[in-house]
Design a protein around this ligand. Structure first.
Ligand SMILES: Nc1ncnc2c1ncn2[C@@H]1O[C@H](COP(=O)(O)OP(=O)(O)OP(=O)(O)O)[C@@H](O)[C@H]1O
Length: 257
């Protein structure tokens, strides 16, 4: 018997994800409860970003499914890795932040006073008041990440997906943005973040999924990130890399004969 998912939860059912029909994440089962703060950790190439893209609805599953109970794809905000954000676009900070309101005002809609006030309040919240007119290509990495979080505030969604939000930014920015994540939780939003720094997961994310192509563990953060599980994740990831090379060799051989 299938138990109904909680309203606002996200359930992964035997989920397999990949590219060009090659699996990158296998057989993932679990549920992200509404209001949860879930860290996704694991070695390089473990499939963390792939999972986030699928949760954002940008990558259709190769197998299994993602059930979003009562949560439409439009209620999801996704922040890709900073490196993937195009900063060369000629736009100032306020207009960049206000792009978060696009679903409310439409692609070519004008910013009314309410949206302007909302954008400025979001900038203030992330400590960037007074920077409204700066072109985004003049921002430092930390300022850009603050601006991206301000855009998430303006987006105002129930499920927030963050891919390595604290990589390559200074400590005070990390602390300020962690406080914002805590606030989102008190507002009942669900936050899923890919994190490389396990200490940040331990400090600020009560739940963790440890991934190494397959789930190693998913549960309370401190027990999930125990030494045994971390060693298993590393071993699984290395084994996968070896197998992948062997698979590629098999395919090359098949082409020759
Ligand atoms: N667009 C793509 N096309 C083909 N393969 C991809 C693509 N993106 C990722 N992959 C592959 O999928 C696997 C998982 O990658 P993913 O980026 O999800 O891992 P990750 O855990 O986020 O890694 P990292 O911590 O290094 O960012 C890797 O083998 C990667 O090479």
């Amino acid at each position: 018997m299938t138990v109904a998912a909680l309203p606002g939860s996200v359930r992964l059912v035997n989920l397999t994800l990949g590219y060009d029909r090659r699996p990158a994440v296998h057989h993932l089962d679990g549920e992200i409860a509404p209001g949860a703060a879930l860290a996704v950790c694991g070695p390089n190439g473990a499939g963390k970003s792939t999972l986030l893209k699928a949760l954002a609805g940008l990558l259709p599953p190769l197998g299994g499914r993602i059930d979003r109970a009562g949560l439409s794809a439009r209620e999801v905000a996704y922040l890709p890795q900073l490196i993937e954000v195009d900063r060369s676009f000629p736009i100032n900070v306020r207009d960049f932040i206000a792009m978060g309101a696009m679903r409310r005002i439409g692609l070519f809609g004008r910013l009314d006073t309410t949206e302007r006030v909302r954008a400025d309040a979001a900038l203030d919240r992330v400590g960037m008041a007074g920077m409204e007119d700066r072109p985004i290509d003049t921002l430092s990495g930390g300022q850009m990440q603050r601006a991206l979080f301000a855009r998430l505030i303006v987006q105002d969604q129930r499920l927030i997906l963050l891919d390595e939000p604290f990589g390559a930014i200074d400590e005070s920015t990390t602390e300020d943005l962690l406080a914002l994540v805590a606030q989102w939780r008190t507002e009942g939003r669900t936050v899923v973040a890919v994190l490389h720094e396990l200490d940040l997961a331990r400090r600020a994310f009560p739940q963790t999924l440890l991934l190494a192509r397959e789930p190693i563990a998913w549960g309370e953060t401190h027990s999930t990130l125990c030494a045994d599980n971390l060693a298993r994740a590393r071993a699984m990831s290395e084994a996968y890399d070896r197998q992948a090379r062997e698979c590629l060799r098999d395919e090359d051989a098949a082409h020759v004969h």
